[in-house]
Ligand binder design. Structure first.
Ligand SMILES: [Zn+2]
Length: 72
């Protein structure tokens, strides 16, 4: 069984300009490969950057990304 291969994803904290802090979005693929921007699982096109330790701790999980991954 290799079906999980097609559904690989990773999480990355993304600073948001519209709300304080940001959200931890899920992205397709095995890991972030340094792209400046990418489309999250929830459909948001976001600017990506190397997150800090604090981003991982304080940014909440994107509810839309989470529910879409659960639905797969
Ligand atoms: Zn999201």
């Amino acid at each position: 069984m290799h079906t999980e291969q097609a559904q690989r994803h990773f999480w990355l904290p993304i600073p948001n300009e519209n709300v304080p802090g940001g959200l931890r979005h899920a992205f397709r693929g095995a890991r972030w490969e340094g792209l400046a921007s990418a489309e999250a699982v929830c459909g948001d096109l976001v600017a990506m950057a190397q997150p800090s330790e604090l981003d991982w701790i304080y940014f909440p999980t994107c509810a839309e990304c989470n529910s879409r991954l659960k639905g797969e």
